[in-house]
Write a protein that binds this ligand. Structure first.
Ligand code: ADP
Ligand code: MG
Length: 457
């Protein structure tokens, strides 16, 4: 026997009827209505489910879309909370750090930098730019192999709907690649500039060569006959002097008109002056002839037949020649391979070496111990001679003009400014090049490169 439950009162004071009481009097019609209602509810449920599935599919689609974008990003992307704990990363970041997504999630972003300095810097950026973000902050990220990858980071704050800071979105681009590309670009640019300068220089030298060749050709004949004539004049003057002296000694004072004319025309002064005047003319004419010779050599007016020879021997000979007239305080050291095979004119190459040794001697003349080191190298296709002295070096403003004809910083009589331009012409005709520079530790450096004579195959 079950105890009878007391009836429960409803809000309006009436009592809740018992279930048996409720079902009393429910007829078939009511049942049908209930079943119809249930049908409707079921239909509604079905529709909701279809809509839900459609929404789910759309959601999945957009999820896939976002994931594909994140996957194809070459830049790295990290989303973290406001303490720096990682919430989301893209595959690029996983690749650079060498860690997978589950390991990275929850890790502090600061633990992923390469060293303490970078970690501190990242923390301070995170703290001080949590509201405005920061751009192009370069920090090293620890790479998979334990090394460091320099990355340029951008920090952007992530805010909630109410504007509260909930974290940071960090994007970054590894700059190693960029740097390498930039370095390569700069190198190419430098090479291009150098080639352009060389081109300009050879063009300038070529047109100078043509001009100088014309001038030398025009001057050659007149100066030859000036010199020839003045030498003849010197001989004639000597004879005239002897004759006049004889006349005077024979006592031409007996003819007063002649005596008068002698003093009026200052014949004795003239006889005294004549010899130094003619000597001056000869000296001037000879200097001019030497210059014209130099110009002819610069512009290759006189070519010699090419022969095979050892440049090392030529260098030693040139050094001996210059050393003859050099003070003992000037020393030349040579470090040369025994053989420097070359094809061309040994005489002209000797002149080049003599010019360079002479210049080193003059550049170091004012100091107590002048030194020149000539070193040689024999490469597969080229041979090189390097002249390094311990003089004052070449002023920057002179470097661009050194090989111009008549460029000199020496007083008149000491330098014609032709030595290096002649050398340039000779070296160029041998298919080589000559470059001047200053040594970082002082002194001038002249680098001569010539194509070596290769034995016929
Ligand atoms: N070894 C060197 N050290 C410093 N300056 C030099 C050296 N060699 C050449 N020069 C500079 O180059 C100029 C031109 O040289 P060069 O053509 O031989 O003419 P020159 O010797 O007659 O002056 C020199 O006047 C000098 O200013
Ligand atoms: Mg000289």
């Amino acid at each position: 026997m079950t105890a009878k439950r007391p009836a429960r009162p409803l809000l309006d004071g009436s009592l809740l009827p018992e279930p048996a009481q409720l079902l009393e009097g429910v007829n078939e019609k009511v049942w049908i209505e209930v079943i119809q209602k249930m049908d409707e509810v079921y239909n509604d449920l079905l529709q909701y489910e279809v809509a839900l599935e459609q929404n789910n599919a759309a959601l999945e689609e957009s999820h896939r879309f976002i994931a594909s974008i994140l996957a194809s990003m070459s830049d790295i992307l990290v989303v973290c909370d406001r303490h720096g704990a990682i919430e989301e990363v893209n595959p690029a970041f996983q690749r650079y750090t060498g860690r997978d997504e589950p390991t990275l999630k929850g890790t502090s972003i600061f633990d992923l930098f390469a060293d303490d300095k970078a970690r501190d810097k990242a923390r301070s950026f995170f703290a001080s730019h949590s509201h405005d973000g920061a751009q192009d902050v370069e920090l090293p990220l620890q790479a998979e192999d334990g090394g460091a990858v320099p990355v340029s980071f951008n920090w952007t704050p992530r805010l909630s709907g109410t504007g509260k800071l909930i974290g940071m979105v960090v994007t970054g681009r590894p700059v190693g690649e960029l740097r390498r590309a930039y370095r390569e670009l700069r190198q190419t640019h430098e090479d291009l500039k150098r080639t352009q300068q060389q081109l300009l220089h050879s063009e300038k030298m070529a047109s100078l060569g043509r001009l100088v060749a014309g001038v030398a050709h025009e001057l050659n004949n007149p100066i030859s006959f000036v010199l020839g004539n003045v030498l003849a004049l010197k001989r004639y003057a000597g004879r005239l002097e002897t004759y006049l002296e004889a006349v005077h000694n024979r006592g031409c004072d007996c003819i007063p008109e002649l005596e008068e004319l002698r003093s009026e025309l200052r014949i004795d002064r003239i006889l005294e002056d004549m010899s130094p005047l003619i000597d001056g003319m000869i000296e001037g004419a000879e200097r001019t002839r030497d210059i014209v010779d130099g110009l002819k050599r610069f512009s290759a007016l006189d070519r010699e037949a090419a022969e095979r020879f050892n440049l090392a021997e030529v260098v030693q000979r040139a050094v001996r020649w210059v050393a003859k007239s050099a003070p003992p305080s000037f020393t030349v050291r040579t470090e040369l391979p025994a053989e420097l095979p070359l094809r061309g004119s040994p005489g002209q190459l000797q002149q080049v070496v003599m010019n360079l040794v002479q210049n080193a001697l003059q550049a170091t003349a004012a100091q107590p111990g002048g030194e020149l080191l000539i070193s040689g190298e024999l490469g597969d296709r080229e041979l090189r001679l390097i002249f390094h002295d311990n003089g004052p070096g070449i002023p920057d403003e002179a470097l661009g003009h050194l090989f111009d004809p008549f460029f000199t910083t020496k007083p008149v009589g000491e330098g014609t400014g032709l030595g290096l331009s002649i050398s340039y012409g000779i070296v160029e005709r041998h298919g080589g090049r000559i470059v001047a520079s200053n040594h970082p530790e002082g002194g001038a450096v002249f680098r001569l490169t010539l194509p070596r004579d290769l034995p016929a195959a």
